[in-house]
Design a protein around this ligand. Structure first.
Ligand SMILES: *Cc1c(COP(=O)(O)O)cnc(C)c1O
Length: 446
């Protein structure tokens, strides 16, 4: 494939360093970014044409793989018709078609789709819908959001507030809205105390619900799998119990499926594991196949109706410039269709089977703890590492893996694989081999 012109990687990095401030990067110490000139399927290619296997799907977005011919075509075709139009007072075929396609795969009961363009805003919108719903209904004392220890919901102020249990945002506490954080009953392979942990967590939840009765607007949780907070998994029983308790207290239930949506956990949506339908669901990351920023917040009809009125005051005062961008919607429609056309769930099941075969190798290692598996996500902790987000061990491993052609990027003490569904068995084997060699290298270096 021709890239059109020769790129001088050294020059590009120099120009980057001069003016660009990268996300989640400590520019005081971290190495130069790697210029990527193209990507195909599960692989990225750098300026020298070196292949880097993308085992975290480029921040969990690339579900079908990079530069998929069908998605490329959908994008190109839509760009000839309508790249963008404002979404207040206008609509367009890709938005309507995508909405219907999404409702086809979402659990029944979720019916009204609010578009935005990233996971954080999808969460902000969910929080605003929940908060305003109670005000529109005349219940003005519901000001608190319930969230979970280790929960992560995004980087904007409201999303940070409900992510306070992730530990990323302690600096910003004074700016946050009112939140109560309750324990998340995490579990892992070979865990014999899951039920005890659940009982304790549910007791804590019950006591907060009792203390704050009538003051909690909504509860927000990443169903089945917390992502950025450390790939902590829970049992479906826990998710069901939490949702039932919230319902019992008239508390709205928000599922943040920004990371878990679109097959990641082995089901189209993680809530299917527990058979629970939330009042509001947030989707982003994989929605547009990893091509373009697109997000939705989907609510039940009952919530929507509470915003209908003669005056604007009860309307949802929210909207982003690129809401429901037609290019992104067109790619998302194609991406959803690929699940049938490419039998994507067979690929997902194959990945899970292959992951399962290495799970025992992971649990057998003394330098590894809490190995766990859910759908296409394989995760474990470095034993004995309490580990800050950018701990020495995590930076060592990230660099080691990149040097060996693998994009594996530990989150503090947590090492995980989250490949695009198009990854081949041979590529996955290469990933496992590299994963173990990197861990060996870390042991030797310590
Ligand atoms: C990534 C993530 C977000 C934030 O999404 P952005 O698109 O990065 O703003 C929110 N919730 C969860 C569960 C996520 O994994």
């Amino acid at each position: 494939m021709s890239i059109g012109k020769i790129i001088d990687a050294g020059q590009l990095i120099k120009r980057d360093r001069r003016h660009i401030w990268h996300p989640y990067t400590q520019h005081g110490i971290e190495p130069d970014p790697i210029p990527i000139l193209r990507a195909k399927n599960a692989s990225l290619f750098d300026a020298e044409g070196r292949e880097i296997l993308d085992l975290i799907s480029s921040w969990w977005t690339s579900i079908h793989g990079h530069s998929h011919e069908q998605l490329n075509n959908a994008l190109a075709e839509q760009s000839c018709h309508l790249p963008h139009v404002m979404f207040a007072g206008f609509t367009h075929p890709p938005a309507v078609e995508l909405t219907e396609a999404l409702l086809d795969v979402l659990p029944t009961g979720l019916e009204k789709v609010f578009y935005s363009d990233n996971g954080s805003t999808a969460v902000e919108i969910a929080l605003k819908i929940a908060y305003q719903f109670w005000r529109n209904e005349g219940e003005t004392s519901r000001n608190i959001f319930l969230t979970f220890d280790g929960g992560y919901h995004g980087d904007t102020l409201g999303a940070m507030s409900v992510s306070r249990g992730s530990g990323f945002f302690n600096l910003f506490e004074d700016l946050m809205c009112a939140v109560k954080t309750v324990p998340f009953a995490e579990t892992w392979e070979g865990d014999s105390e899951a039920e005890t942990r659940e009982t304790l967590a549910l007791e804590a939840l019950a006591s907060v619900m009792k203390e704050e009765r009538g003051r909690i607007a909504a509860l927000i949780i990443e169903p089945m799998m917390q992502g950025a907070g450390g790939f902590r998994f829970c049992r479906p029983e826990f998710l069901r119990a939490v949702s039932d308790m919230a319902r019992g207290e008239n508390i709205l239930v928000i599922f943040d499926e920004v990371a878990t949506g679109f097959g990641r956990t082995g089901k189209m949506f993680a809530c299917e594991h527990a058979g629970v339908t939330p009042d509001i669901i947030c989707l982003a990351k994989g929605l547009a196949g990893g091509y373009l920023p697109l997000a939705v917040t989907v609510a039940g009809d009952g919530l929507y109706k509470a915003f209908l009125n003669e005056s604007f005051e009860k309307a949802l005062a929210h909207g982003h410039t690129f809401t429901a961008n037609p290019l992104a919607c067109a790619v998302a429609i194609r991406s959803l269709a690929l699940f049938e056309e490419e039998k994507t769930f067979e690929r997902i099941e194959a990945i899970e089977r292959q992951h399962r075969l290495v799970l025992s190798d992971l649990t057998g290692r003394s330098d590894i703890a809490r190995a766990r598996l859910l759908g296409t996500v394989l995760a474990c902790n470095l034993a004995g590492e309490a580990g800050a987000y950018k701990s020495g061990a995590s930076l060592f491993l990230k660099e080691w893996y990149l040097a060996h052609g693998l994009n594996i990027r530990p989150l503090g003490p947590v090492v995980y694989l989250m490949p695009p569904y198009c990854i081949t068995a041979a590529e996955l084997q290469r990933a496992y081999d590299g994963l173990f060699e990197g861990l060996d290298a870390l042991s030797l270096a310590n």
